[in-house]
Design a protein around this ligand. Structure first.
Ligand code: UDP
Length: 236
């Protein structure tokens, strides 16, 4: 069995990834494919925390005529649905998990408790962090950066659907878009590259958390990244 490059990771899954080929809602067959990939890295002994997005249900800032904070609360609740779906798929594959929520809902899942999350990871449970950071006006990318800092993750793996790294322009619209093999956080901010929002980028930069952006469509990509294969774009 190969030696993984990282001991503890935060995997960020966008809501888009939970929707599979649809733009909204959950596609359970696609989540199962993601869960298979998670199982493979979990079997390598990698301590895995997952931050799930919620854009497949609701994005707070895109709603008109709803108070922004309320709209963001709705968005955070969407992430909990994604977390429960992913938990169900992982547990059916025999992977032990815990869902933690940044907004307390004890009947559904554990509240986020940092030391408890670390304990779960040490015991080999996959911890799925949901409800972002629990506050409106933030994103789940910021939650990924924050949880990575709090649990001392070695890296954030930012899994993207439909794209395999960071490009200088959107490859879906520009066939000449150039992919970066590596770059730093300052360049992301300076060139306004739409990979994470500025709050999340700054948090990663200030806390020296490396990031790997990779495409999740290839069934081995997560495993390969964890094993240190040169895939996607590395950000330092
Ligand atoms: N959200 C929030 N605070 C957080 C995280 C998320 O208010 O800490 C809300 C926000 O409205 C956001 C929505 O939840 O649009 C879904 O999260 P996000 O857009 O980050 O999901 P993704 O783009 O990864 O699918």
């Amino acid at each position: 069995m190969p030696e993984p490059k990282y001991k503890r990771i935060i995997l960020k899954l966008s809501g888009e990834a939970m929707a599979g080929d649809n733009s909204v809602g959950i596609e359970i067959d696609y989540i199962k494919l993601i869960a298979e990939q998670v199982k493979k890295i979990h079997n390598l002994g990698v301590e895995t925390g997952i931050v799930v997005g919620g854009g497949n249900f609701w994005r707070g800032r895109e709603a008109n005529n709803i108070d922004r904070a309320t709209s963001d609360h709705m968005g955070m609740l969407g992430t909990v649905m994604n977390a429960l779906a992913l938990q169900d798929c992982l547990e059916k594959m025999g992977v032990l998990t815990r869902v933690q929520t940044a907004i307390e809902m004890k009947e559904v899942a554990e509240p986020y408790i940092r030391r408890r999350a670390i304990r779960h990871l040490e015991k080999g449970r996959v911890v799925i962090f949901s409800a972002g950071i629990g506050n409106p006006y933030f994103s789940t990318d910021t939650a990924a950066a924050l949880r990575a800092a709090e649990i001392n993750a070695d890296v954030i793996l930012l899994a993207k659907k439909g794209v395999d790294g960071i490009y200088d322009s959107d490859p879906k619209f520009n066939p000449d878009a150039k992919k970066y093999d590596s770059l730093n956080y300052r360049e992301i901010l300076k060139n306004n590259l739409k990979i994470m929002d500025a709050t999340a980028t700054t948090l990663c930069m200030d806390n020296h958390i490396p990031l790997v952006v990779f495409g999740i469509d290839d069934e081995n990509s997560m495993y390969d990244v964890v094993c240190g294969k040169d895939l996607g774009t590395k950000v330092k």
